[in-house]
Design a protein around this ligand. Structure first.
Ligand code: SAM
Length: 218
């Protein structure tokens, strides 16, 4: 039974130990940030006691907040540095944006559903006090050209093919992660822009995300 914030704190530290460290997440900055960000705040009323379950959860409008392990794995795979400017596609609840904001200089996050974007903005900026996140409502498959280039890009919905428009907004030596594949499961893919400007890619793991819907998506 969760009664007080210390119950959530305890559950959060247990999640970090069992679900993250126990499964091979090693980056100390990622583990520390996962231990700080209050995931329960990003869930709808009535779902908050499930915040540290080992699963993705519904956030309304047919969308999800990703499983804690997947958030940590994707964040670790980006190799974030404190000075990085980051693009996130798929703001959703705002939880992943908070993780990115903890570990980089600035996050630009794009969401196609205005209601989710506004809810995330109010929580992240007005309630939790983040000052390094910009929000946009629109089709994130097109990126955010006016704010590009980005040192890092994270796509948090499943793309049907390599997100070339987004990769074109990656700075030299920049890195991106995106779930790419079919409608029901995808391969989490890591991309790196090499010094000769070609893009190198490798598979991280299989995963399941909601669809990336848009001009260069589904
Ligand atoms: N990062 C989110 C979080 O921490 O809660 C989880 C994102 S959820 C798995 C995927 C999100 O991508 C949904 O909110 C969905 O509306 C959004 N989405 C899908 N297609 C999009 C697009 N073309 N542009 C922007 N957002 C999109």
């Amino acid at each position: 039974m969760f009664r007080a914030s210390r119950d959530y704190e305890k559950a959060r530290q247990a999640m970090v130990a069992r679900q993250l460290r126990g499964r091979g997440i090693k980056d100390g900055r990622v583990l520390d940030a996962m231990g700080r960000v209050p995931r329960e705040r990003f869930l709808p009323e009535g779902r908050q006691t499930q915040a540290y379950d080992d699963s993705a959860l519904g956030i309304g409008l047919g969308q999800t907040i990703s499983q804690p392990y997947m958030v940590a794995l994707m964040t670790e795979a980006l190799h974030l540095r404190p000075d990085d400017r980051v693009l996130e596609v798929g703001t959703g609840s705002g939880y992943q944006a908070a993780m990115l904001a903890e570990l980089s200089a600035h996050v630009c996050t794009v969401e196609r559903l205005a209601e989710l974007s506004e809810r995330a903005r109010a929580l992240l900026c007005d309630e939790l006090g983040y000052t390094n996140i910009s929000f946009k409502v629109g089709d994130g498959t097109l990126g955010w050209p006016e704010k590009s280039p980005f040192d890092r890009i994270m796509v948090t919905a499943g793309a049907p093919h390599r997100p070339q428009i987004l990769l074109d907004q990656l700075a030299p030596r920049g890195e991106a992660v995106a779930p790419v594949g079919g409608q029901h499961w995808q391969t989490l893919t890591h991309y790196r822009r090499k010094p000769d400007d070609t893009i190198e890619e490798h598979k991280v793991c299989e995963c399941v995300f909601v669809r990336l819907i848009g001009e260069d998506g589904w």
